[in-house]
Design a binder for this molecule. Structure first.
Ligand SMILES: Nc1nc2c(ncn2[C@@H]2O[C@H](COP(=O)(O)OP(=O)(O)OP(=O)(O)O)[C@@H](O)[C@H]2O)c(=O)[nH]1
Length: 694
C-alpha cells in the first residue's frame, strides 16, 4: 500500500506543469472544482472520451483504447474483457487550474442504479452522443435522472468522423426526445473522413487538428480567427450559426437581451465573446438550454474545447444546492483503481472512504446529530429533499435518496460446499451494501439463497465478482423471471383459528373482503366501526397477517399487487398471542385470494433494436416468436430502429441470438415498461411449466 501511495503522490506532483504545494493539489479552491458525470448510450464513446481527457490533461502518458481493453476507467477485469462500463469509475485531474472530478457512468440498462448513485452527488454532466445516431433510448433514462436531480448538462456530439454523422439530426433529436433546448456553440469543419475540427462560434475561431504527427495524438491544435480568405461556404455557415446563437441566447437570458439592446443595438455581432459566454453559463445553470459541442474522441479532435466548456459552463459545488458536512476516519482520493490517502478535504470534493460497517449506498453521512439537524433545517427552508433511512429519519433530510428499481430476474445461488456458506453470505452482504439493486433473500420453503437482480448481465457479473473478489466458486440455478400476482374479482370470506398450546387457548376469528384495485401496491383497511373499537396491538397483528399474505400469492408464490383488503370484524379471545391473530388473518386472506381468481402479471420490457436494413426481417421474425409487439420502425440513415414491447420471460439470451441472426450488426437496449396481465393461454402454460419445476 505504501508503495502505491508513494508512486501516486509522485505522479500527481510531477505531471502537472506548475508544481503546486500538496495542499492546493489536494484541496483546490471550491470555485475551481467541477464534479462531473459523463453519461451516454452504450458505445457512444464515453470511455474513449474520458481517456482522451485524462491524456490531454497530462494524467496518462499513453492513450488507452477500449477496443484493446486497456483504459483507465474500465478497471474491473470484467469491464476490460467485455469492453463495457459497469461501475462508475471516478478519476480526478486538473485542467487549466481547475480540478475536474469525473465519474464515468455505465450505459447498460442493467446498471441504472449505478448511474443514479453517481448523479446525485454530481454538480454537472456531459452527455456523449454518437452523432450518427442522435439520442438513443438509454440516454433518455439517464437524462431523466439528471433532470430529477437538477443537474446542468453539456452535450458532446461524438463520432463526427463517421460518414453518417449528422449534426442537424442530432440537434433535432435532443429537441424532440430529451425535450431540451440545444445551444449550438460550434459547427464542424468538414465531414466524415475530412472532419478536421470545429469553428468556435463564441470567439469566431477555427480550431483544427492537423495531426501531422501520429505521436502527438491530437495534443496540439491550431486556433486562428476566421478571416475573409476563408472558404466562403464555411464563413457563411459560421456567420449564420453565430447570429442564430446570439439570438437564441438573448431569448433565453434577459440580462444578455438587455445588454444587446442597450450596448450593441446597432450590431449584435459585436458583442464580446466573454459576455456571450457568461450568458451561456447562466442559461446552462438555469437548465434553460444545453450547450452542444462536436468532435471525434477516437480521432482525437474536439476534446480540449469540451474540457474548456466543462470549466466554463458547469457549476462549482458551491453553486449547487446540496450541503455536505463531512468528517471521515480515512479519506482516499481516487485515481481509477488506485487511491492516495489524504488527511482532510474541503467541501465540494469527491473522495473515497473505507471500513464503514453500517452505511449502504444511498446513505448520507454527517459528522454529528447537530450538523444533520442543521442540514435538515437548511434543506427544509430550501424546499426540502429526500429522507434518510433508519433511526435518523426524523432529522435526516440531507440528500435525496436513490430510487432502487424492482429486480426483474432471480435465481438460486449455492456455495461449492456448506463450509463456504458463511463466506458466501459475507460476500453477498458486502456486494449488497455497494449495490442496492442487488437483492438477496432466503426461500422460506427450500432454505435456498436467492439472488434478485436487474438483468441477465447484472446477475452474471455478480456471480463473476464472487469468484474473482471473494474466491468462492458458486453455482447458479436457472434464471427466472420475477412475476407478480393479482386477483380478478371481489371475494369475501371468514375464518376461525382455535388452538390450545400447553395450557393456553388461542382463539381468533376474522371476516374480510378482498377486491382488485388499479395501482401496483397492496392495502389493508378497517370498517369505520372497527377502526374505533379495535385494540392497537390487535390492529397491528391483523395488518401483519394481511401483509404477509401479500408476500406470496396463492398461484405461484410471487408477491401480490393491486389488491385492497377490508376487514369487517375481528374477535380475539383473551390470552391469544398476536402471532396467532396474524396466522388466522393470513389463512383467511389465502382463502379469499384463491376465491377471487388468480391472475399472473408479467414484466414486459420496452425494447429498442438498431439494425442494418438487410437484417431487419430476421430480427422481426425472431421477435414474433418471442410474443413481441412491434410499436414502430424508424429509419436512421442505413439503419432501422425497431421499437417494441416484449415479455421479459422471452428475452433470455437475447444478446447472443441477436448477434447470431444479424452477424453482429445490431445493438439493443431494454428497460421495464410495465407489469401486464398474461392471457389465459400463456398463463396456463406457465402454471404447468412451474408445477413441473417445483
Ligand atoms: N468512429 C468513431 N468511433 C468511436 C469514437 N469514439 C469511440 N468510438 C468507438 O466506439 C466504440 C465504443 O466506445 P466506448 O468509448 O467504449 O463507448 P462507451 O460509451 O464507453 O461504452 P460503454 O462503456 O459500453 O457504455 C469503440 O469501438 C470506440 O473505438 C469516435 O469519435 N469515432
Amino acid at each position: 500500500v505504501s508503495f502505491i501511495k508513494y508512486s501516486v503522490f509522485t505522479f500527481l506532483l510531477t505531471i502537472t506543469d506548475d508544481i503546486k504545494s500538496l495542499r492546493t493539489v489536494l484541496n483546490p479552491d471550491i470555485s475551481k472544482i467541477r464534479n462531473i458525470g459523463i453519461m451516454a448510450h452504450i458505445d457512444a464513446g464515453k470511455t474513449t472520451t474520458t481517456e482522451r481527457m485524462l491524456y490531454y490533461s497530462g494524467y496518462t502518458r499513453a492513450l488507452g483504447d477500449v477496443d484493446d481493453g486497456d483504459t483507465v476507467t474500465d478497471f474491473m477485469a470484467q469491464e476490460r474483457e467485455r469492453g463495457i462500463t459497469i461501475q462508475s469509475a471516478a478519476v480526478t485531474f486538473d485542467w487549466k487550474s481547475h480540478r475536474i472530478n469525473l465519474i464515468d457512468t455505465p450505459g447498460h440498462v442493467d446498471f441504472t442504479l449505478e448511474v443514479e448513485r453517481a448523479l446525485r452527488v454530481l454538480d454537472g454532466a456531459v452527455a456523449v452522443f454518437d452523432s450518427s445516431a442522435g439520442v438513443e433510448a438509454q440516454t433518455l433514462t439517464v437524462w431523466r435522472q439528471a433532470e430529477k436531480h437538477h443537474v446542468p448538462c453539456i452535450c458532446f456530439l461524438n463520432k463526427m468522423d463517421k460518414p453518417t454523422a449528422d449534426l442537424n439530426f442530432s440537434l433535432e433529436s435532443i429537441r424532440l426526445k430529451l425535450k431540451a433546448t440545444p445551444v449550438l456553440l460550434q459547427i464542424p469543419i468538414g465531414s466524415g473522413k475530412n472532419f478536421t475540427g470545429v469553428v468556435d462560434l463564441l470567439t469566431n475561431q477555427k480550431l483544427t487538428w492537423n495531426l501531422t504527427s501520429t505521436q502527438d495524438n491530437g495534443r496540439t491544435f491550431e486556433a486562428e480567427s476566421l478571416g475573409q480568405s476563408e472558404d466562403p461556404e464555411l464563413l457563411e455557415a459560421a456567420d449564420e450559426a453565430r447570429a442564430a446563437l446570439i439570438e437564441q441566447v438573448a431569448d433565453l437570458d434577459d440580462e444578455f437581451a438587455e445588454l444587446l439592446l442597450t450596448d450593441f443595438s446597432d450590431n449584435f455581432e459585436a458583442v464580446p465573446a466573454k459576455k456571450l459566454q457568461e450568458a451561456v453559463r447562466r442559461v446552462t445553470l438555469a437548465r434553460k438550454g444545453v450547450p452542444v459541442l462536436c468532435g471525434s474522441s477516437l480521432k482525437n479532435k474536439g476534446v480540449q474545447p469540451l474540457l474548456d466548456a466543462i470549466t466554463a459552463y458547469l457549476p462549482a459545488p458551491n453553486e449547487r444546492h446540496h450541503d455536505l458536512v463531512e468528517r471521515m476516519s480515512r479519506l482516499l482520493v481516487p485515481f481509477a483503481d488506485q487511491q492516495v490517502e489524504i488527511p482532510s478535504m474541503s467541501a465540494g470534493n469527491i473522495a473515497l472512504t473505507v471500513g464503514l460497517k453500517q452505511t449502504v449506498t444511498g446513505d448520507t453521512i454527517v459528522s454529528s446529530k447537530a450538523s444533520a439537524a442543521a442540514a435538515a433545517r437548511r434543506a427544509q427552508s430550501d424546499g426540502g429533499m429526500g429522507t434518510k433511512r433508519g433511526d435518523q429519519a426524523d432529522i435526516g433530510i440531507v440528500l435525496s435518496g436513490v430510487e432502487v428499481p424492482d429486480p426483474v430476474f432471480f435465481c438460486t445461488i449455492e456455495p461449492p460446499t456448506m463450509a463456504k456458506q458463511a463466506d458466501l453470505e459475507n460476500a453477498l452482504n458486502c456486494l449488497q451494501r455497494e449495490d442496492p439493486s442487488l437483492k438477496v433473500r432466503v426461500d422460506p420453503d427450500s432454505g435456498q439463497t436467492i439472488l434478485c437482480g436487474m438483468g441477465e448481465l447484472h446477475i452474471d457479473i455478480i456471480h463473476d465478482r464472487i469468484r474473482r473478489e471473494y474466491g468462492i466458486e458458486t453455482h447458479l440455478g436457472p434464471l427466472q423471471v420475477a412475476y407478480r400476482e393479482t386477483i380478478l374479482q371481489e371475494a369475501s370470506t371468514a375464518d376461525t383459528l382455535d388452538r390450545t398450546i400447553g395450557d393456553r387457548r388461542h382463539a381468533a376469528s376474522v371476516n374480510l373482503t378482498v377486491r382488485p384495485v388499479d395501482f401496483a401496491s397492496c392495502e389493508v383497511a378497517f370498517t369505520e366501526e372497527l377502526q374505533v373499537q379495535i385494540q392497537p396491538e390487535t390492529k397491528e397483528a391483523v395488518e401483519n397477517g394481511v401483509q404477509s399474505s401479500y408476500l406470496q400469492g396463492p398461484l405461484l408464490g410471487y408477491p401480490v399487487w393491486g389488491v385492497s383488503c377490508l376487514i369487517h370484524s375481528v374477535s380475539v379471545e383473551p390470552g391469544t398471542s398476536p402471532a396467532m391473530v396474524s396466522a388466522c388473518v393470513s389463512r383467511c386472506m389465502l382463502k379469499a385470494l384463491r376465491l377471487a381468481g388468480g391472475q399472473v402479471l408479467e414484466p414486459v420490457m420496452s425494447l429498442e433494436v438498431t439494425v442494418g436494413e438487410e437484417h431487419l426481417s430476421s430480427v422481426l421474425g425472431d421477435l414474433a416468436q418471442r410474443r413481441g409487439t412491434v410499436r414502430e420502425i424508424q429509419s436512421r440513415h442505413d439503419n432501422k430502429v425497431l421499437l417494441a414491447t416484449v415479455p421479459l420471460a422471452e428475452m433470455m439470451g437475447y444478446s447472443t441470438v441477436l448477434r447470431t441472426v444479424t452477424s453482429g450488426n445490431a445493438t439493443f437496449s431494454m428497460e421495464l415498461d410495465a407489469y401486464e396481465a398474461m392471457n389465459p393461454h400463456d398463463q396456463s402454460a406457465l402454471l404447468k411449466r412451474m408445477s413441473g419445476l417445483m
